[in-house]
Design a protein around this ligand. Structure first.
Ligand code: GAP
Length: 459
């Protein structure tokens, strides 16, 4: 089922028009599956990151942060299984040379048919049996399905022939596993505890479209939550994580829970080492898609790195004096997918007006200050005085371009919850007009109470 009320085209047009997202390398014709974040989008992205970090690290006493290198040793990715198993099944149209992920080709042609976990021969059979046509040229002439690895190799060193292979990380998670011993030895953590990381990951994705949903480089927020399976019940931990994720998305970010659902992975699609995996899915305009994955990965990753590195990663249980590898539950989210979900969920077209009904806590600007007329010096200087005072502690913007209607239009489309206008009465009554984005209602508020008023509504 698709969230048909919102058109993806309208959301992406607004995102470009108002400085949320621009296509990557645009003046050189663009670079597929890359995007740049504009001034307004950059603020929104920072607010999402900060909220995630504050909620899962600062407000808890059992999770610590980490920032690992983006370029990492090839052996890490061999041990984790990424060099052999981290691959997408792809097909090429023999006629127009379009390259597509086989699962996406089938999903699009056969009404969302779920083919996750199927072997490449099974995908070939489905494409052939259904005579699936190329979405670009309309012919049905495909190569056999082949697997392509998603990792980005990098050559270190400048002398040709003397270079060594490393990889841009394909997920942040491995940074937590390879630093597990470092964290244990350098901090006071004890099981159960988590290591969290927020940062870029890189995957050689080929499927274009749907804005920042799937890109070559993206930001992940991942937590590896380590525990002793004899002392903590994994089912309880898994349920607790589901609740934490749900309340973060609905209460902190403010997403409508009607557009969210949990979906458990089938036996075929779940990784062989995972005992249970569930995805929190959001109802994007192009259908319910994965936003946040939650997986019980047993002790697979640590044991792989123990084997791969030859270093002991076991920890001692002081009660039993037994050395064991902890197990792990991993909540993993894409920050850019949260970003896109927020834009889709907030987008409103009502009575000829377009606005973003953003939660004030994550809105790029909390308020905008205007002088009623740009050519009246006394109004401009009063408005600037108010703006500078608010700017000390609140993210505010100043605008004296065009007329008030145009300024409201702009602020509505970037989701600014409050617009403050300084008019001639302000000069004598020390009050301003505050206009609310969602209702367009207006209140008169004393300038001396303004800061407090906005802070209370946006923190
Ligand atoms: N460590 C587990 C892991 O990386 P994943 O499901 O591949 O799991 C986790 O990625 C999350 O990262 C996804 O739920 C999604 O939100 C985000 N993500 C994955 N690939 C992405 C891409 N190419 N572009 C944007 N976000 C992506």
């Amino acid at each position: 089922m698709k969230n048909t009320e919102i058109s993806m085209q309208n959301v992406t047009a607004l995102a470009k028009r108002r400085g949320f997202i621009y296509p990557g390398s645009e003046i050189y014709g663009g670079l597929a599956n890359t995007y740049d974040y504009g001034p307004v989008g950059t603020e929104l992205l920072r607010n999402i990151r900060n909220l995630w970090w504050e909620n899962f690290i600062h407000r808890r006493d059992d999770i610590v942060g980490l920032e690992a290198s983006l370029i990492s040793h090839q052996e890490i990715w061999k041990a984790s299984g990424h060099t052999s198993g981290f691959a997408d099944a792809q097909v090429d149209c023999k006629n127009c040379k379009l390259r597509m992920r086989a699962d996406h080709l089938i999903e699009d042609a056969l009404n969302g048919k779920n083919v996750e976990g199927l072997a490449i021969e099974e995908l070939d059979e489905i494409i052939e049996q259904n005579k699936i046509k190329c979405p670009n040229c309309g012919k049905s002439s495909w190569t056999k399905v082949r697997k392509f690895n998603l990792l980005f190799p990098v050559n270190l060193g400048i002398v040709e022939g003397d270079q060594s292979l490393a990889y841009l990380r394909g997920e942040t998670a491995q940074g937590m596993f390879v630093n597990f011993k470092n964290v244990i030895e350098s901090t006071r953590v004890k099981l159960p505890f988590g290591i969290a990381q927020l940062g870029k990951s890189f995957r050689n994705e080929i499927t274009p479209g749907n804005s920042v949903f799937r890109t070559l480089e993206f930001e992940q927020g991942e937590i590896e939550y380590f525990f002793d399976p004899n002392e903590s019940n994994w089912e309880d931990l898994f349920e607790n994580w589901k609740n934490s994720i749900w309340s973060f998305i609905t209460e902190k970010i403010g997403i409508n829970n009607k557009n969210l659902r949990w979906r458990e992975h089938t036996d075929k699609e779940r990784s062989f080492y995972s005992k249970k995996t569930e995805d929190l899915e959001y109802n994007f305009p192009f259908g319910f898609k994965e936003l946040w994955g939650l997986a019980y990965r047993t002790d697979y990753d640590l044991s792989q790195h123990e084997k791969g590195s030859g270093k002991e990663l076991r920890i001692n249980n002081p009660q039993t004096n037994e050395k064991k590898l902890p197990h792990v539950i991993e909540p993993a989210v894409g920050i850019n997918r949260i970003f896109l979900m927020i834009l889709c969920d907030a987008y409103r077209e009502e009575e000829g007006r377009t606005y973003l009904k953003l939660n004030p806590k994550i809105a790029p600007y909390k308020a905008a200050v205007f002088p009623l007329l740009a050519n009246k010096e006394e109004l401009v200087s009063k408005a600037k005085e108010i703006y500078k005072d608010l700017r000390e502690s609140i993210m505010v913007t100043f605008d004296d371009r065009g007329n008030i209607g145009k300024r409201y239009l702009y602020q509505d489309e970037i989701g600014t919850p409050f617009c403050i206008t300084v008019d001639f009465d302000s000069l004598s009554d020390d009050s301003v007009t505050v206009r609310y984005r969602d209702t367009m209602e207006q209140d008169r508020i004393k300038i001396s109470e303004l800061k407090d008023f906005i802070e209370k509504k946006t923190r």
